[in-house]
Design a protein around this ligand. Sequence first.
Ligand SMILES: Cc1ncc(C[n+]2csc(CCOP(=O)(O)OP(=O)(O)O)c2C)c(N)n1
Length: 320
Amino acid sequence: MLRAMVVGRRFDRQAGALTRQGRLAVYPSSHGQEACQVGGVLALAEDDWLFPTYRDCVALVTRGVDPVEVLTLLRGDWHSGYDPDRHRCAPQCTPLATNASHAVGLTYAARRKGRDTAALVLMGDGATSEGDAHEAYNFAAVWNTPVVFLIQNNQWAISVPVHRQTAAPTLAHKAIGYGMRGYHVDGNDAAAVHAVVSRALAEARAGGGPAIIEAQTYRIDPHTNADAPQRYRDDAEVEAWRRRDPIARLEALLRAEGVVDDAGMRRIEDAAEELAARVRERLSGDPEPDPAELFAHVYAAPTAQLARQRRELLDETREG
Ligand SMILES: Cc1ncc(C[n+]2csc(CCOP(=O)(O)OP(=O)(O)O)c2C)c(N)n1
């Protein structure tokens, strides 16, 4: 977990730099949320599925998706960038909470086929206010599908603080209303996140139904590179959360237990630097996407409307 978190943070920093260089259009940082994403993903079994959002690039890298493929969409190239079936990772959803109902559908279908595939849905605190979240929670509970909804409560939905998002005592309380298990966990403690997600997935696979886990964490960086957080939050708040850094905490624990030492940390950091260098090198050129591909994999048989839009786009880009 420590290695994945250090590598994930280095990847995250590299992606931010590539954005400033104009190599990526936009990048939503995972900085501060590594314990949630790594602890959650490492609790998944091989055949389980991950349903990430735009925020969850570190989760995808941890799942073994090629880091360059993770960033492909953000370069403005291709729809997902990676093969969802190969990694059992759904494409990252930007429309909030839409990934939640996809996960319910996938696990429901798997159960009908006699498989015990479970799914982990990553979602933000803001996403819990969406209609799609309600529908997904409700269907998951009524159909008893093996889905674990891991809410990364990073305290902010862009400029909206969590106390403006809900009047519930905690987001985990929402589970009660849907008739499922609810857990509340320190989202900056990787071991705790891993333990509670593992338990919830095991219970779900054994027929115990879905669960909502609220992990308390913090988005250290701006919402994306296009955000100006100094307009809505205090530096003192950010500093207080920096002191609860999930990587420093896990490192301190593992050093105290004699699992890792200076040499071990150096090996991890070297691996992280190597990954960052490979990402930099492979993203140093510009993609040359074919605009027509935008329409290629939407439907098996394109609708008349899409065919018309495709013609219009090709006419426009030819003129341009
Ligand atoms: C359905 C929908 N409505 C609005 C948006 C615009 N939007 C993008 S991110 C965001 C905030 C989401 O906050 P949260 O769910 O807490 O996730 P975080 O970005 O903090 O990880 C909003 C409102 C969107 N992507 N999708």
